[in-house]
Design a protein around this ligand. Structure first.
Ligand code: NAD
Length: 500
């Protein structure tokens, strides 16, 4: 057997010369004040690129252009078939550039390249294709009226949609936002997260290459508090489509309230429970799948099943099984190696935050099961943290209440289905949940009673484009992916025609 390490992805990384400038009105350009953001590889601490860092003036220029193009109708009033053709070509170009897009995100945020290839890039392609295919499937309506009149309802684009995205799925989150906004005929200004701008800039180039008109899709990397705020406060923006933390999500509503009452969709944080009932047939296989639902993408997943609610009678056996699976499968390593299952955390600050939560859980009395330390690989520069589990956690502890956004799980004992639902719902968040049981009745009852936007029964994180992705409570109110996401980028107009 050939045991030579596969260097294919490293070779692609070494050859990369990514676009680093802002995209405004079809032109790549430096930031107005020449400022840049350093993009650092969290696996090595090496500088990847200095990326143009847009300020408020750059954002306003992009919004001006986007609004002008919208009014000109170069996209908003383009024949639907032409819009479908451009977006279909856009999806094909994403597929053709799959290796570069995968490497860009892996280098900037540390996600294992295998995940990029299996989840993020195919997810981005599928989303773009789905939205392209849906363009001519949305229609207005002509409701029956009792008066002597014709009443019809048009669905029209909003105008300018500002998209603000997080760093944990840089490519996929950007596409979840821009695809429905563009499909509905809007102009877009995208501000990616500070750590991860490069795949967004490549998306901008691919849109132009697909035949997208200048100025319809603009990309302005920059700091959240400056460029993000300017976008969300712009009087020219008709909707902010935001994915990120609950704290910044709240800001979006404030910005909208203080300016032009723009629409806001917000996909926010989570602390999702996975409920294991005592009747599961194969506890070992359940433990394995629960580990997958927690440690994928180093736990930097909004819907990570990070609160594991296990029937008290099987709690200790479960802890042993999940610890075994975790230590066999999840070992932090070089994210450009195709066999790596866990990369570094996104940056040093975030690593420190996750380690503080681990210390805090120990001080609060949670029992360590596995992990908890920095992985000692170039420890001063790299951001690796071991997969970590705590047992006998009380749901009131911080480790169970707050979103950690790293490879840390809290195992909480429960006393049957009713108790499990009570604990599951005792959270400010309501994004997703998993239920593991052999009882059909219990599964459906629990699914009905959980306060969250998505429930998986005997599985976790599966789904397709028909799935409305989004949460309840502090996890936000938006819905990504599905047809609803497209409709949410339109507004209705009611037209009455008097017939006499
Ligand atoms: P974040 O809220 O810190 O940043 C998100 C985006 O907002 C970034 O582009 C950032 O630059 C920008 N921003 C920051 N401050 C701003 C401000 N004052 N005004 C305007 N924009 C500002 O989140 P993050 O750390 O990038 O991402 C992690 C969070 O995202 C987690 O809470 C995670 O749960 C959430 N998330 C949710 C979903 C979902 O679908 N619900 C998906 C992915 C990530």
């Amino acid at each position: 057997m050939d045991t030579t390490p596969d260097r294919r992805w490293h070779r692609i990384a070494e050859a990369l010369r990514p676009e680093t400038r802002l995209l405004i009105d079809g032109q790549f350009r430096a930031a107005a004040d020449g400022e840049t953001l350093a993009s650092i590889n969290p696996a090595t601490g090496a500088l990847i690129a200095n990326v143009a860092c847009g300020n408020a003036a750059d954002v306003e220029t992009a919004c001006d252009v986007a609004a002008k193009r919208f009014r000109q109708g170069v996209w908003s009033r383009l024949a639907l078939r032409q819009r479908i053709d451009v977006m279909t070509r856009f999806s094909e170009l994403i597929a053709e550039n799959r290796d570069i897009l995968a490497v860009l995100d892996t280098m900037e945020m540390g996600k294992p390249i295998a995940e990029m290839c299996a989840i993020d890039v195919p997810g981005a392609v599928l989303t773009m294709r789905f939205m392209a295919e849906s363009i001519d499937k949305i229609a207005g309506s002509a409701p029956v009226t009792n008066t002597d009149a014709l009443h019809y309802i048009l669905r029209q684009p909003l105008g300018v949609v500002g998209c603000i995205t997080p760093w944990n799925y840089p490519l996929m989150m950007a596409v979840w936002k821009i695809a429905p906004a563009l499909a509905a005929g809007n102009s877009v200004v995208l501000k990616p997260a500070e750590d991860t701008s490069l795949s967004a800039l490549l998306l901008g180039r691919l849109f132009l290459e697909a035949g997208g008109p200048d100025g319809v899709f603009n990309v302005v990397p920059g700091r959240g508090a400056i460029a993000g705020q300017a976008l969300a406060r712009s009087m020219q923006v008709d909707k902010i489509a935001f994915t990120g933390s609950t704290a910044i999500g709240r800001q979006m509503y404030r910005y909208a309230a203080d300016t032009n009452l723009k629409a806001v969709s917000a996909e926010l944080g989570g602390k999702s429970p996975q409920i294991v009932l005592a009747d599961v047939e194969d506890l070992s296989s359940v433990a394995e799948k629960i580990a997958d639902g927690l440690f994928g993408n180093q736990g930097e997943v909004c819907s990570a099943g990070s609160r594991i609610l296990v029937d008290r009678s099987i709690h200790d056996e479960f802890c042993e099984l999940i610890a075994g699976h975790t230590s066999r499968k999840y070992r932090p390593g070089d994210p450009l190696d195709l066999t790596t299952t866990m990369g570094p955390l996104v940056n040093k600050v975030h690593q420190g935050r996750v380690l503080d939560y681990i210390d805090g859980a120990q001080q609060d009395g949670a029992t360590p099961v596995i992990g908890g330390r920095v992985v000692d690989r170039t420890a001063d520069v790299a951001c690796f943290v071991e997969p970590t589990l705590f047992a006998d956690v009380d749901n009131r502890m911080k480790v169970a209440q707050e979103e950690i956004f790293g490879p840390v799980g809290a195992i909480i004992p429960h006393d049957g289905a009713e108790d499990a639902v009570r604990i599951a719902n005792d959270s400010p968040y309501g994004l997703a949940a998993g239920i593991w049981t052999s009882s059909l009745g219990s599964a459906h009852r629990i699914a009905r009673d959980l306060e969250c936007g998505m429930v998986w029964i005997n599985g976790y994180m599966n789904g397709d484009m028909s799935q409305p992705w989004g949460g309840w409570k502090l996890s936000g109110h938006g819905r990504d992916k599905c047809l609803q996401a497209l409709l949410d980028n339109t507004q209705s107009k009611s037209v009455w025609v008097t017939l006499e």
